[in-house]
Every structure is written in C-alpha cells, then in structure tokens.
Design a binder for this molecule. Structure first.
Ligand code: SF4
Length: 326
C-alpha cells in the first residue's frame, strides 16, 4: 500500500465533492485499490456529505413467483432453469396488503411488489393496480413495484396510483450481457429504465455482481447505471442456486464486494446504494463494513426466493453503527 494510492483516492473524493464525474480509468483504479480502508472511509464520507446518515430499509414481496419466460441464467424464477422453488400465480390483493402491514409493523419504510414476468398480462396488471390502491388507502408505507418491462402508459398509471419507485435492473455490463441472458437485449432494459424516468417515477436500477464478469465490467456496469441517474441502485451478489447455469459458482470475495460498492458511491454520490440479495450469504455478519463503505440501504426480511436476516437483527445492526432509518 503506497501513499500515492491513498493520495489518488483522496483526490478522487475531492473531484466528486467538487461536483465532477469520475472517468472510467479512474474508477478502475479505485475498484482495484488495495488501500481498502481509505477507499471505504472516503466512500463513507461521500455518503454522509451527499445523502446523510439515513439507511433505507425495504421489504419485498414476491407477489407472483416462477415460470418467467426469460432465460436470465442467475435467476431461480426463470422457466429455463430447474430450480426448486415455490411457484404461484399473482397473489390476491388482501394477501399482499397483509404482507405490507407486516412490513410496516417490522419497521420497513418501503414495500416493493415484485412479480416474475417479462411484462404482466393485462388482467394481472389491473389486479396489481387494485392492490396498490388498497395498500395506499390503508397504510402509510411507500409502495414500489418491479413487474418487468413497462410501457409509458402503464408507467404513468402506476405513478398516478402513488407508486414511488420502480425497479428494473440492468443486471450486468453490456459487454457481458449475452453470457447472462439471450431472450431480451440490454437495450430492452435501458428502454424500460428510461420510460420509468420519463413517466416521473423514481428509478431503482442495479445489478448483480459475482457472475463471472471482470473488474472492468463491474466498472462498466457502474458507469452505465450512473448515466441513467437512478434514485436507487440495488447491488446483488450472486448466489449460484442449484438448477441454474451459475450453480455453485463463487466469483467474488468480500474485499471485492466492498471495493465495488465503494467505487459505485464515487460514481453515484447522491443515490441510495442498497446492498441487496446475497448480503447475508457473502458478507456473513460483515454487513456493517459495507454500510460504512458507501452503501446506505438494505432489504430486510428475505428476498424473492431466498431467506434473509430477521428484521429485528437488521435493526439491531443499524443501531450498532449509529445509522438512522430513513
Ligand atoms: S426477467 Fe426477471 S424474473 Fe424473469 S428470469 Fe429474468 S430476472 Fe428472473
């Protein structure tokens, strides 16, 4: 570890604080930096300066599980993969309302309705709209959605119902996308992300790291996300589920996760950087380190097809690091 490495990171922090963007080659130097302590400290400083000490805590519901016609190779819900998961059609509105009530009771400030579709059939979309109305009428919780590809008309309808944020991930770098998915294109994902922004919804757009992409491709993903100006970026870490082509793969270390999250903070100083799926499996109790190295959001109470920490344990951890819940 050299002083010049530390000086470079400090210099990059000043660049961001002065309102300038980080270039690709500099982001690559950051993500490769061995001075992880300085990198983390600077990412924390940027987080505090731009977005404060709040942690966004979200709960998800998998409202329609499995049988997705897309072939995303990391996904337990793809019909191309033979993962053993519970599959079910769209849940009735009352059931989703009940889950939103539980999320609120457990302390979450946002609730995301997630469905495994390429795009919802019209009948399901109407039912989801009714569900959103029901939650908005009965509960004081932020409602978000993740329903696959969107048209402008549908995105505007969700906005009119009070949906705050819509999730649609880029998944990985453009140059790695065809290793991960072949039933739709990277441009399809960019198009939906832009529709979300243009409809006036907040954009939640992130990806999955540790799928065999190179460090350069992690930076490429970070730069592509930054160019979309997302309000939130979920960073998932691959859990190579049995029955998927990525089963058993473990392509990333704790140190690389931290380097990636911290570098993404330099690239997107004002966004919510949420450490999402894979947190519990890969970080194994080191979640605090990531929340002090640029991340400022978590998902609590489990994921779409995997278990997560209990909310009570996550809130205890947030208290220990002196973070305030948003
Ligand atoms: S589109 Fe979404 S739900 Fe469908 S296979 Fe891909 S990641 Fe999974």
């Amino acid at each position: 570890m050299t002083n010049s490495n530390r000086d470079f990171i400090l210099n990059m922090m000043s660049t961001v604080l002065e309102g300038h963007k980080i270039k690709f080659d500099d982001a690559l130097k950051l993500i490769r930096s061995d001075d992880v302590n300085t990198l983390a400290a600077c990412a924390k400083e940027l987080t505090q300066r731009f977005v404060g000490n709040h942690i966004d805590v979200e709960t998800l519901i998998n409202a329609k599980s499995g049988t997705c016609p897309e072939d995303c190779s990391f996904c337990a819900q793809s019909s191309f993969n033979s993962t053993i998961i519970e599959k079910y059609p769209l849940l009735p509105p009352e059931k989703i309302l009940e889950q939103a009530e539980n999320a609120l009771k457990n302390g979450a400030n946002s609730f995301c309705i997630v469905c495994a579709y390429r795009a919802p059939p019209e009948k399901d979309f109407r039912q989801i709209c009714e569900t959103i109305k029901l939650i908005r009428k009965n509960l004081d919780i932020e409602v978000n959605a993740s329903l696959g590809f969107m048209t402008m008309q549908r995105a505007k309808e969700l906005k009119s119902l009070g949906v705050k944020r819509y999730n649609h991930n880029l998944e990985t770098a453009k140059s790695y996308f065809d290793k991960i998915c072949n039933t739709h294109s990277y441009q399809d994902r960019i198009d939906t992300a832009k529709i979300i922004k243009n409809a006036g919804l907040e954009l939640c757009c992130g990806g999955i790291i540790g799928m065999g992409e190179s460090v350069e491709q992690r930076v490429e993903l970070g730069m592509a996300l930054a160019s979309l100006n997302p309000d939130e970026v979920p960073i998932n870490v691959l859990i190579g589920r049995e029955g998927t082509p990525l089963h058993g793969q473990n392509f990333i270390t704790k140190k690389e996760i931290l380097q990636t999250v911290a570098t993404f903070r330099f690239l997107m100083p004002k966004t919510i950087l949420k450490i999402a799926g894979g947190r519990e499996v890969h970080l194994k109790g080191d979640d605090k380190k990531i929340l002090q190295a640029g991340a400022n959001g978590i998902i609590t109470g489990g994921y779409l097809t995997t278990q997560g920490n209990k909310p009570i344990d996550d809130f205890k951890m947030l208290e220990e690091i002196g973070a305030r819940q948003k």
